[in-house]
Design a protein around this ligand. Structure first.
Ligand SMILES: [Zn+2]
Length: 375
């Protein structure tokens, strides 16, 4: 394969490369970046039709485009295949903890995927493909999968629908193994117990990334997120849970590196601690955040418990949040903005060790009640 230095202005091709490439819906860039359409595997040949600031515009199918940061596209001199790819046979099988849907394809093609709720469904959209799927083998071992089906929704787009037996999502991964696209879906354990759960705890900021600062005390967010994280760690370990900490000291760790680190441990859920800061010092309260609506129940449960703490007001439950640590589909996650460092009353709470302990206790209870609702 010939590698070229730069993409010419006209239509060209590239291969997706790098760590955690993430497709975006737009070129829009606020503080949190453009709205993400999900992570995508590497090694996929894509059509590049335009270049806008830091992004390339990818033509996924006749009618669908997406954006990808330029450092994730390796330009190639090869011409793109003129024909659409073919979707071939599938197999559906289960293991101890996961069920796997393996979709045969004539070559690696781009895709997006998302979760729907009530019932719990995983949708995958495949681009530049036509179906030649003439059978789908479904094995009894795939205990968590109710139904799989597909639909050719456009001339070169196929939608895959995977309906789960459980009513709540526990996460899934998607990626290629050779030319097969594999969806690995976490199945609800027969008896959900916190003892079997691996919980990842993230203390926001650290090192040179100091975060917000206290309005009267001038304390730094990074020094307090870790106190909440450590309190929760202590409690979870006492209860016999396995815990993974994204940081244990005052080091600078990029959010993407935190995700890559977590990927090696396959946690069952993630809680990330931050402390909020607002333009007006009167704004205060606790809030929890999710990106995928499928994971909202965890964030609601945690918020419900936190609101029982006296003096802690409600700032709310925030959805569709474009923060890197809540992007993964692999496990439910919750960002907790405990309170506002920019509000004097909230700040006074944050500084108290008894409050830090209470918050950890309530987050733990929130996880526990959420787990009960899985049955
Ligand atoms: Zn923060």
């Amino acid at each position: 394969m010939l590698l070229t230095q730069q993409l010419p202005a006209q239509v060209s091709a590239g291969i997706i490369t790098g760590k955690l490439p993430q497709l975006a819906y737009s070129n829009g860039a606020d503080r949190l970046g453009s709205a993400k359409a999900g992570y995508i595997d590497t090694g996929i040949l894509v059509k590049v039709v335009d270049s806008v600031q830091g992004n390339y515009t990818l033509q996924l199918s006749q009618n669908r485009q997406a954006y990808l940061a330029k450092n994730f596209v390796q330009p190639v001199a090869d011409t793109l295949p003129m024909t659409t790819a073919l979707m071939e046979t599938w197999t559906v099988r289960g293991g101890v903890k996961y069920d796997t849907i393996s979709i045969g394809l004539s070559r690696k093609i781009p895709y997006t995927s998302w979760m729907e709720t009530s019932p719990a469904i995983i949708m995958v959209e495949l681009y530049g493909v036509q179906s030649n799927t003439n059978w789908i083998t479904q094995l009894q071992s795939a205990k968590g999968i109710r139904q799989v089906s597909w639909q050719q929704t456009e001339n070169d787009v196929v939608q895959v629908r995977i309906e789960l037996m459980q009513h709540q999502h526990l996460g899934y991964s998607i990626g290629y193994s050779g030319r097969r696209l594999n969806l690995v879906v976490t199945r609800k354990p027969e008896k959900a117990s916190l003892r079997d759960f691996i919980v990842a705890i993230d203390a926001g900021h650290g090192g040179t990334n100091t975060g917000a600062s206290g309005i009267t005390s001038k304390v730094q967010e990074k020094d307090y997120t870790i106190r909440f994280a450590r309190e929760l760690e202590k409690l979870c370990r006492k209860k016999g849970m396995q815990v993974i900490m994204t940081r244990t000291n005052d080091s600078t760790i990029d959010n993407k590196d935190r995700l890559l680190y977590l990927n090696t441990y396959k946690p069952d859920l993630l809680v990330s601690f931050h402390l909020n800061s607002g333009g007006r010092s009167t704004v205060r309260g606790v809030s929890t955040y999710y990106r995928h609506v499928a994971f909202q129940p965890l964030t609601r449960s945690i918020l419900n418990e936190l609101l029982q703490i006296r003096d802690l007001q409600e700032f709310g439950n925030v959805g569709s949040f474009n923060f890197q640590l809540v992007q993964p589909t692999e496990y439910p996650s919750c960002l907790v903005e405990v309170a506002f460092l920019s509000n004097p009353e909230d700040e006074a709470l944050i500084l108290q060790q008894s409050f830090q302990e209470k918050v950890a206790r309530k987050v733990y209870d929130g996880i526990r009640y959420w787990l009960k609702q899985l049955d």
